[in-house]
Design a protein around this ligand. Structure first.
Ligand SMILES: C[S@@+](CC[C@H](N)C(=O)[O-])C[C@H]1O[C@@H](n2cnc3c(N)ncnc32)[C@H](O)[C@@H]1O
Length: 180
């Protein structure tokens, strides 16, 4: 499954941050849709990827799209996940956070299922930017500042934000602190 032209730059950056020498990071893709990001990450980095989406039909398509069968797909709500605490090394998402009814709950749940020092890496449209103001869903997009605020409120630290060349998509990274 091919990435859209506007996704390539930030998805490649996201991949670089998932790569480890062992290639064994456990990665969760929230709002995975038909599995584009999870399958791409699995193929590019060798990570152990799982995708969740609340729509059964999308998950069925995602399973068909994962030709290697290496990616797990499950129907789950990102606001109330079935995973145990401290399960994943990274939570990722592509153009999905703005579609979630309770994004703050999604970020709290992401924090819960991450291991200490685990990272969240979200790609989504930039709210308030000239390039995205005309989109049908523009009113649902986070501004960069608001997303940083909510990530801090939900327990993430060491935030880092990058925009793509056009300034219409952002890659936002945060880390779950080590409480020990
Ligand atoms: C714009 S699509 C992006 C899909 C995929 N990440 C991609 O880039 O192709 C957003 C997805 O979020 C899913 N979604 C919305 N709310 C959700 C929730 N609360 N829990 C899980 N998935 C959700 C939708 O079903 C949809 O598949």
């Amino acid at each position: 499954m091919d990435l859209l032209e506007n996704e390539v730059e930030l998805v490649e950056k996201l991949c670089e941050r998932i790569k480890t020498e062992e290639g064994k990071e456990k990665v969760l893709d929230v709002g995975c849709g038909t599995g584009k990001l999870s399958v791409y990450l699995s193929e590019k980095t060798g990570c152990d990827a799982t995708g969740i989406d609340m729509e059964q039909e999308k998950i069925e398509k995602a399973r068909k799209n994962s030709l290697s069968g290496k990616v797990e797909f499950e129907v789950q709500s990102a606001e109330k996940m079935a995973f145990a605490n401290d399960t994943f090394d990274a939570v990722v998402s592509l153009k999905a956070l703005h579609e979630m009814a309770n994004p703050k709950e999604v970020l709290e749940e992401s924090n819960r299922v991450l291991k200490s020092q685990g990272r969240i890496l979200l790609i989504d449209w930039v709210g308030g930017a000239a390039k995205t103001k005309g989109h049908a869903h523009a009113h649902k997009y986070f501004t960069r500042e608001r997303l940083e605020e909510v990530l801090l409120e939900t327990g993430f630290v060491n935030l880092r934000v990058e925009l793509n060349k056009e300034g219409e998509l952002m890659l936002v990274e945060g880390r779950k602190p080590n409480y020990k």
